[in-house]
Write a protein that binds this ligand. Structure first.
Ligand code: ADP
Length: 179
């Protein structure tokens, strides 16, 4: 049975029901930033469940191991009971299908992100036509946050405390280059 996401009361104001759609939010999260967490927080307020999927790709070089990225994410999403952490080493569309998720969420910070994400969404649509990609624009506070730049800044001892949660900022200290 399909329940409505909202109904209008006598005065025309919406009364929101329980959203019934599950979504996946895949990424490398190497490392997680406040930008990722902002997307997760907003998504979990819209979807019944959000499955955050940490990519484990053997051919890709990560700074943090899969186990460490999963541990970060588990700790960071603890405030939201409808968010789960998973890993995936297959096509994300196959994962979404297996877990009965209709929506694939991706964040966009810029026009460059948009063109990349748009092409990815077309590819994913070809593989799984029933899975819809939702692109969520970043909050303006986080539009400059990029995991790759944060790693570089941290390696030179830069202050990343307003870009990543303390647990990540601490872990990044391991990679500081002695100058
Ligand atoms: P991937 O390697 O899959 O791009 P990332 O961890 O870099 O993994 O990003 C995962 C998702 O989060 C992507 O959709 C990316 O665009 C989005 N994202 C990353 N940083 C931000 C940010 N600051 N604001 C909004 N979305 C972001």
């Amino acid at each position: 049975m399909n329940l409505p996401a909202f109904i209008l009361d006598e005065s025309g104001s919406p009364v929101y029901g329980t959203p019934m759609v599950k979504a996946v939010f895949p990424g490398s999260f190497d490392p997680p930033t406040f930008g990722h967490l902002n997307i997760i927080e907003r998504a979990q307020s819209i979807f019944e469940r959000v499955l955050v999927v940490v990519a484990i790709n053997r051919d890709k070089k990560y700074l943090f191991s899969g186990e460490e990225r999963v541990a970060f994410m588990k700790e960071l999403v603890a405030p939201w009971p409808n968010v789960e952490i998973h890993t995936c080493n297959t096509l994300i569309v196959s994962f979404a299908r297996q877990h009965n998720c209709r929506v694939l969420i991706r964040g966009v910070r810029s026009v460059q992100d948009f063109s990349y994400e748009f092409e990815l969404s077309i590819l994913n649509k070809g593989v799984g036509p029933e899975i819809e990609t939702f692109l969520m624009p970043t909050d303006q506070k986080y539009f400059v946050l990029r995991s790759s730049a944060i790693k570089e800044l941290a390696s030179f001892g830069g202050d990343v405390s307003d870009m990543v949660p303390p647990v990540v900022a601490n872990a990044l200290k391991r990679f500081k280059i002695d100058t």
